[in-house]
Design a protein around this ligand. Structure first.
Ligand code: PLP
Length: 409
């Protein structure tokens, strides 16, 4: 059967911001790993919510509140289906990956981690999956252990096996690296941890926009991701957790909605997922995230993934051909993230010059300072792709890099 060509022109029309010019040049947005752009469907959902439905949820008995609550819970069901969670109760709304991981480190940590225990992370983690565990370790006297990586940017699985031990209380692992683009063999690693009775949290911030995530198939204990990298609004995110953990963990924050009854002597907590959702949430944003998921499913995550893979191969070949350019991260399995350094030019200068060409990339340590240290670098430039990018944009990127080199020659 002949496959349909990817409808890139139609998709680009769905993203109003992509029509912009920057410094008089058409915007080439290659910073989707930092945050993705938003389709019209998501923007319209936010506007419609505020124009027609704005009310607080779960508490009101009036019509608007009921409408808002229904849409909010419908979004939760969409998200549960998107990651194949067994039940919407496993899906907790948070403000992003960072908050999701802090929730688990704090709440699971309080219940299950003590003096002399170990938390196992990897050398390619974002600060969001390092610092919350460090805070926990400092508080309870536990130790942070780190799985090393190869020069190509792959985890050393034999070392991982060696590091798993009876003191390990959590494996917290990035699914896809935001710097290297590496897709980690998480299913195998979860099996290995479970064989030792150790739960696993996956940081899926860079995975969900690109690969199909099935939390039941992966059998992960926790899965964290951000809505704003998945074409949804900022300030949205999800923590998936297995019920057996969420039930046995204390609440993360106290306040409205997370309670069942309150007296000055004692509070009892609400059922899942509300036990972990204190206070008025980002109602519009979370409904918008539901719209983003509808949009992504409409495009087709599998078709988008194949299209992005083609962009990655094209960009990798084009960048590798530039003399003096070195790609950091050459794992066999990658998504659309390319970090690179250029001989004699600081990454920030590359970013600034590219901006004058309308090309938006990220430059810096990418919130992964220990990973930068592993490669002996202070910073890299990073181009990251989404399914709204094109091969023509890669050509613009290459031309802009060539000109940056000329400026510094
Ligand atoms: N983890 C990874 C791998 C990321 O790339 C990011 C953001 O770049 C985060 C965590 C933090 O996400 P947020 O800032 O949306 O909480």
């Amino acid at each position: 059967m002949k496959t349909q060509p990817f409808p890139i022109e139609q998709i680009r029309q769905d993203f109003p911001i992509l029509r912009q010019s920057v410094h008089g040049r058409p915007l080439v947005y290659l910073d989707s790993a930092a945050t993705s752009q938003k389709p019209r469907a998501v923007i319209d959902t936010l506007v419609r919510y505020y124009e027609e439905e704005n009310a607080n949820i779960h508490r009101g008995i009036h019509t608007l509140s009921e409408l808002a609550t229904a849409d909010y819970e419908a979004a939760r069901r969409k998200i549960a289906a998107f990651i194949h969670a067994p039940d919407p109760r496993n899906v907790i709304f948070v403000k992003g990956t960072t908050e999701a991981i802090n929730l688990v480190a704090t709440s699971y940590g309080r219940a299950f981690v003590g003096d002399g225990d170990e938390i196992l992370i990897s050398a390619m983690e974002h600060h969001s999956n390092i610092v919350p565990w460090q805070l926990l370790c400092e508080q309870v006297g536990a130790k942070l252990r780190v799985i090393p990586i190869t020069d190509d940017g792959e985890l050393v699985i034999e070392e991982y096996q060696r590091l798993l031990n009876p003191r390990t209380k959590m494996v917290a692992l990035v699914h896809v690296s935001n710097v290297l683009g590496t897709v980690n063999p998480v299913k195998q690693m979860i099996e290995m941890a479970h064989a030792e009775g150790i739960p696993v949290l996956l940081d899926g911030a860079q995975a969900v926009p690109h690969v199909r995530v099935d939390v039941q198939d992966l059998d992960c204990d926790f899965y964290a991701f951000s809505g704003h990298k998945l074409f949804g609004p900022t300030g949205t995110g999800i923590l998936f957790g297995k019920e057996k953990w969420l039930d046995s963990m204390p609440p993360y924050q106290g306040g409205g909605d997370m309670i069942s009854t309150v007296t000055f002597e004692k509070t009892t907590y609400n059922a899942l997922p509300y036990k972990f959702e204190a206070g008025t949430p980002n109602i519009a944003g979370n409904i918008g995230l539901g719209a983003a998921i509808d949009y992504v499913e409409g495009v087709g995550l599998e078709a988008a993934g194949a299209y992005e893979h083609d962009l990655l191969v094209c960009a990798t070949e084009a960048l590798q051909a530039i003399p003096g350019l070195r790609i950091i991260g050459n794992a066999k399995e990658k998504t659309g993230v390319i970090s690179f350094v250029l001989d004699g030019i600081h990454a920030h200068d590359v970013g600034t010059i590219l901006d004058t060409h309308g090309v938006a990339i990220r430059a810096g340590h990418h919130c992964a300072m220990p990973l930068m240290a592993r490669y002996g670098l202070a910073a890299t430039a990073r181009a990251s792709f989404a399914f709204y990018n094109t091969r023509d944009e890669i050509a613009v990127l290459v031309k802009a890099i060539d000109e940056a080199k000329e400026v510094f020659s």
